[in-house]
Design a protein around this ligand. Structure first.
Ligand code: PLP
Length: 555
């Protein structure tokens, strides 16, 4: 095995072509690795080589190319199995990713093994992928769900877990690492306790394997699920490992080609493991690409990588903790290189947008962990997630860019206050700005100075869905039958867009509004190009709601 020089992110970086990209004219600082990781050149080349030299369908071919593709595909399974310490590659089933792997267990094992009133234990901090499939199963079979809580410091509440175990759960679905907090849970211990209590255990390893190696033979769980794209491999591929004795009892969950032994109209018999769970043509190039990613990792010194990631995390914390209003979410006693935080006085979406304009990609929102966020009393957080290829200066730039945001808002408060009475001037500034930066500044000033809706109007009936942030629209007509709507949002950029829309529509009759192209207002300002697609969907939902009201104002 060749080891790269320890702590050599500069060298690691060179293996990842995308990291030298520029975004909005700035060098990319990619800190959204918990969402998906970048791919080393060897992965891109392995996929390209497969298509250039070996592309054919697998398993059922009767020609040389198919045999070559099948060998590469099955070799990929063996590579992953060896890496995970599995001595029986047939127990490693290809899936589209973690989500599909968990659904497979819920639908196949769960539907067959769980009965009404059986207990399923879920974890407070789990990703929706490790919650919703179990809820769907519980609804079908009438099982009950209880939740293992977290302690205030972010660690899992072991005492509460042990009490829950006394209720003899049938299935315990755990997260190895929280994607929203970064906490690494002691899953080996949790699985041992769970199995001793007679439960089957499943571990979601989506956020663990990108940071450290594991040995599944000594791990102690019954099922382990993960995704390739978080592991420096391609999207659309992942795997489920399961204990043979459980997998053998499980019926297929999807039917089709590849998974059968014999089919007739009087009945079908199924193939052996792993094929009985792999209906249809698999993601061949995905498996080959993922194996290339694993081989890449095997050639590096993963301990040095992990050490570097921890240094990055600590450095980011040191730099950010100086910032006014910076507050970390609870993260427990052990965590991977993921920083989940809030910036007091700023909506997360506004912060993420600001950072994006400076080339820094992070994630804002609930991170598909809504029950966790609700338990913390937060709508979401900002999440900077580091991989081994990130540099210390990138952590510094994150902090310095956040600082600039804080400073710019301190100065702009005065501006906004002075200009509050002349918001038309601000609106003019938005329209006359010659570049996006100037326009963005003007939008943020408007977002800050728009008078807020009284709390009494921030009701569910006025809430618009389909937006990442909370948005309220109170549609109304004045005495003369002209539009007199009010609106609010918790993200500043959306407040600004609402102000622009209200400025354009209030005072129009419904008929006049319906002949106005509101989308064109945003296009004129080139706003949609600079918004994330989900934010764009939010704006579309606002426009649709305004138009629906104009079509039927009394409805
Ligand atoms: N589990 C965790 C902890 C995750 O972070 C994610 C993705 O963010 C998933 C499950 C779902 O993974 P995928 O979308 O690749 O199926």
């Amino acid at each position: 095995m060749t080891h790269s020089r320890p702590s050599d992110p500069v060298r690691w970086r060179r293996d990842f072509p995308l990291l030298s990209q520029r975004v909005h004219g700035q060098p990319l600082i990619y800190l959204d690795n918990a969402a998906t990781t970048q791919k080393p050149r060897v992965v891109v080349e392995a996929i390209s080589r497969f298509y250039k030299t070996s592309n054919a369908n697998v398993h059922r071919g009767s020609h040389a190319l198919s045999a070559q593709a099948t060998t590469a595909f099955e070799q990929a399974r063996t590579t992953l199995a060896n890496w995970l310490g599995i001595d029986d590659p047939a127990c490693l089933i290809w899936t589209r990713g973690t989500t599909e792997a968990i659904n497979l267990v819920a639908q196949s094992w769960g539907r067959n093994q769980l009965r009404a009133d059986d207990l399923i234990l879920l974890q407070q901090s789990s990703h929706h992928a490790n919650i919703v499939p179990w809820q769907m199963l519980a609804e079908t079979v009438g099982a009950r769900i209880e939740v293992i809580p977290l302690q205030p410091d972010g660690d899992l509440d072991l005492e509460a877990y042990q009490l829950l175990l006394q209720k003899r759960p049938k299935l315990i679905a755990l997260s190895h690492v929280s994607n929203a907090l970064g906490t690494r849970y002691p899953v080996e211990q949790l699985c041992r306790l769970g199995r001793d209590a007679g439960a089957v255990t499943l571990v979601d390893g989506a956020q663990a394997l990108p940071h450290f190696d594991i040995d599944l033979t000594r791990f102690g769980c019954d099922f382990y699920a993960f995704s390739g794209h978080k592991l420096f491999g391609p999207s659309g591929i992942g795997a489920l490992w399961g204990r043979r004795e459980l997998l053998e009892q499980m019926p297929p969950w999807q039917g089709g080609g590849e998974m059968i032994r014999d089919v007739s109209f009087s009945g079908t018999t199924y193939a052996d493991l792993p094929f009985r769970f792999e209906a249809g043509t698999p993601n061949i190039e995905g498996a080959i690409g993922l194996a290339a990613a694993i081989e890449y990792l095997q050639q590096q010194d993963r301990t040095a990588m992990e050490r570097h990631e921890q240094t990055l995390l600590q450095h980011a914390r040191d730099c950010c903790s100086q910032l006014k209003g910076f507050r970390e979410l609870p993260f427990g006693s052990d965590r991977v290189s993921l920083l989940s935080f809030e910036l007091e006085g700023f909506h997360q979406q506004d912060v993420a947008h600001w950072l994006d304009r400076h080339g820094i990609a992070i994630r804002a929102g609930h991170h598909c962990a809504m029950p966790l966020m609700r338990s913390l009393g937060l709508p979401g957080s900002l999440r900077a997630s580091f991989a081994f290829y990130n540099r210390l200066d990138e952590a510094e730039q994150l902090a310095s860019c956040l600082d600039q945001l804080i400073q710019s808002q301190t100065t702009s408060t005065t501006v906004a206050f002075i200009e509050q009475k002349t918001s038309q001037n601000l609106i003019k500034r938005v329209y006359s700005a010659t570049d996006w930066n100037a326009r963005y500044q003007a939008l943020m000033h408007i977002g800050q100075s728009l008078p807020g809706l009284p709390d009494a109007l921030k009701q569910d009936c006025y809430r618009l869905h389909g937006c990442e942030s909370r948005v309220w629209l109170v549609p109304a007509l004045d005495d003369t039958g002209r539009l007199a709507c009010q609106a609010d949002a918790d993200a500043r950029i959306l407040r600004a867009l609402l102000a622009l829309l209200l400025d354009r529509i209030n005072g129009l009759t419904p008929a006049e509004l319906l002949s106005t192209d509101l989308g064109a207002v945003l296009d004129q300002l080139d706003i949609r190009r600079h918004l994330s697609p989900s934010r764009g969907n939010g704006v579309a939902a606002i426009i649709q709601a305004i138009e629906a009201f104009a079509r039927d104002p009394r409805g």
